[in-house]
Ligand binder design. Sequence first.
Ligand SMILES: C[S@@+](CC[C@H](N)C(=O)[O-])C[C@H]1O[C@@H](n2cnc3c(N)ncnc32)[C@H](O)[C@@H]1O
Length: 426
Amino acid sequence: MNTKAQVLKGDCLDLLQQIDDGSLDLIYLDPPFFTGKVHRLRDRVGTHVFSYDDLWRDYEEYAQFLSKRLSEMKRVLKTTGSIFVHCDRNATHVIRALLDDVYGKDQFRSEIIWSYKRWSSAGKNLLPAHQTIYFYSKSNQYKFRVIYDAYSASTNIDQILQKRVRNEQGKAVYARTEDEEILLDDEKQGVPLSDVWEIPYLNPKAKERVGYPTQKPILLLERIIEIASEPNDVVLDPFCGSGTTLVAAKLLGRNSIGMDISEDAVKLTQARLKTPVKSESQLMQKGRGAYLTADEEGINLLRGLDLIPVQRNKGIDAILKRQYMGTPVLIRVQKRGESLMKAAELLSKAARKKGSLKAILVRTEQDSLFRETLPENVLVLNSTALAVEESLVDLPMLVQEALDEHVKGETQELTPDSLQMEGDNN
Ligand SMILES: C[S@@+](CC[C@H](N)C(=O)[O-])C[C@H]1O[C@@H](n2cnc3c(N)ncnc32)[C@H](O)[C@@H]1O
């Protein structure tokens, strides 16, 4: 799709003033968060330091700065447009109040919690593991596309398949015909997306990371853009930093405008737009549930043994609580699309590193590889799913053999000899 992206350098207040009234469809902003810090980070090569200031005298100065800009943003939004404002615990209270003031309490749509896992220590406090994105619309005619999420593992199959109605007490119950037969519901696409979004934070090695401080994941922006805009719409990010919003807009066929006061940010955004790179998140593709399933496959095969799941390790998915000859027992589940050899080599290497004498690879995919070529220190076990699949492949042959056997038996009964025998017996 042919879309346009413009990157403008300057204070977004000045730049916004040059934009026509009611001309944009969606605005996302990730302004300084009132952290009281200068954010610095080295680029990928390590030769240049990107930075921006987030230093304020007090809340009042911060609120004034944002208020003027939020008003301009409202002016340039179409009646069908929406604004998503990213912030964190440092100033959520200030920003919510400002948005109520500028856009109106009635135009508040959602408080999105972007939640992610962090591995740093919490100190004498709870570990911050979320940020907030306020979603306001300019009017009640805002664009909105419902996105569906997968059902949670605990969802009962009846909840998915059966029609539900409210009874006299207003309680949701399964609908039944007069003959007490259950009624099937319409096709379901999943659960409407909630306001808590679990999207991984960019890890230091993520492909899309460019080294810009507080760079946001493309996945997060894609979700916002998909919810509140349509192809060919115009998306604005007035604090674009490394240009994540513009890259996401381009990938989704939207036009975009980015603004930033920093020369570095503008150059970086232009460079990213030339060759957009997006990290593939396994977590997002398969869902956290799929990880659990992968572990469960292993656990099912080793039922009765206690496991400790291992996160973010290339070679190992879990270790058994019990040891083997005084060394840890390592488990890896073969990943989707990964060859058995690759999985075995990673596990074997990890086993050598950890001094493990027993490493178990749970095979989840059909692979033509001969077992003999696999590393010696790796024991391969089929996952339950694969074992069932393989048993089904053999089943027609077994059935045919059984049938042949049966038919042979019946034919024998009908041979003249067998008839003779029967006659003799009578
Ligand atoms: C939190 S960063 C944005 C990060 C961005 N979302 C990303 O994914 O890379 C905030 C940005 O706002 C920019 N900025 C600060 N004051 C500004 C202003 N008055 N006008 C435009 N940009 C500004 C900073 O230079 C910085 O790049």
